[in-house]
Design a protein around this ligand. Structure first.
Ligand SMILES: NC(=O)c1ccc[n+]([C@@H]2O[C@H](COP(=O)([O-])OP(=O)(O)OC[C@H]3O[C@@H](n4cnc5c(N)ncnc54)[C@H](OP(=O)(O)O)[C@@H]3O)[C@@H](O)[C@H]2O)c1
Length: 176
């Protein structure tokens, strides 16, 4: 996910308007569209929390499109939510059982889109092999944190740090 420097992925009310920053880091790498396209092809399916799904639906309704292409997209929810396309499937229940029992046998690269609640569960249950944490050069003071409170420490290995020229990542920190 993309976070503000003070660690938030959305404002308390869910808005992500601050993701549009005009800042540029001249010494940073660029990410060309071909690279992004090739990278997205490596993702086999998406998993997201219902609030993130609702944001995605709002963006789509505003004309920004559906960001997950034709890849299977699993939405975690205990509610009845609109199913706007065939690729969307809903799940409610034990996340570890779902990921290990249902998704892993079929999909190699499972991308957890977020939000904060789901990413925290993912780490807490030991389901993540790789964390991609992008930081934007902005402070928003309050919001939904990248990780909610955890009940223990989780040691990670820092695998890569990359500074980008502009949005689509800010400074990206990747650890496993
Ligand atoms: N900056 C970024 O890169 C980024 C990335 C992703 C999301 N976001 C933002 O993050 C915000 C949402 O984050 P969030 O932490 O509030 O919510 P979230 O993680 O997107 O969704 C949490 C909800 O998913 C449902 N859920 C989770 N696990 C479940 C399970 N095992 N079984 C059934 N339902 C389950 C529950 O809702 P119900 O059961 O009530 O439906 C829960 O309240 C949005 O504003 C979104 O735009 C930002």
């Amino acid at each position: 996910m993309v976070a503000s420097l003070d660690g938030f992925i959305a404002r308390r009310d869910g808005r992500v308007d601050w993701l549009e920053t005009s800042d540029e880091f001249v010494g940073g790498d660029t990410m060309d569209p071909e690279f992004v396209e090739a990278f997205l092809k490596t993702i086999d399916c998406y998993v997201m929390g219902s609030r993130t799904y609702e944001t995605a639906l709002r963006f789509e309704a505003q004309g920004f499109g559906w960001w997950y292409g034709d890849k299977p997209t699993f939405v975690l929810t205990s509610r009845e939510l609109p199913r706007t396309r065939e690729t969307v499937e809903f799940y409610s229940g034990d996340l570890a059982r779902f990921v290990n029992g249902r998704l892993r046998p079929t999909y190699r690269n499972i991308w957890f889109v977020g939000g904060g609640m789901v990413s925290t569960e993912c780490l807490r249950l030991g389901l993540a092999n790789d964390v991609r944490y992008s930081i934007l050069p902005i402070l928003i003071g309050d919001g939904i944190p990248f990780f909610e409170r955890l009940d223990r420490d989780i040691d990670l290995h820092l695998a890569e740090v990359k500074a980008l020229q502009e949005r689509r990542g800010g400074s990206s920190l990747r650890g496993t």
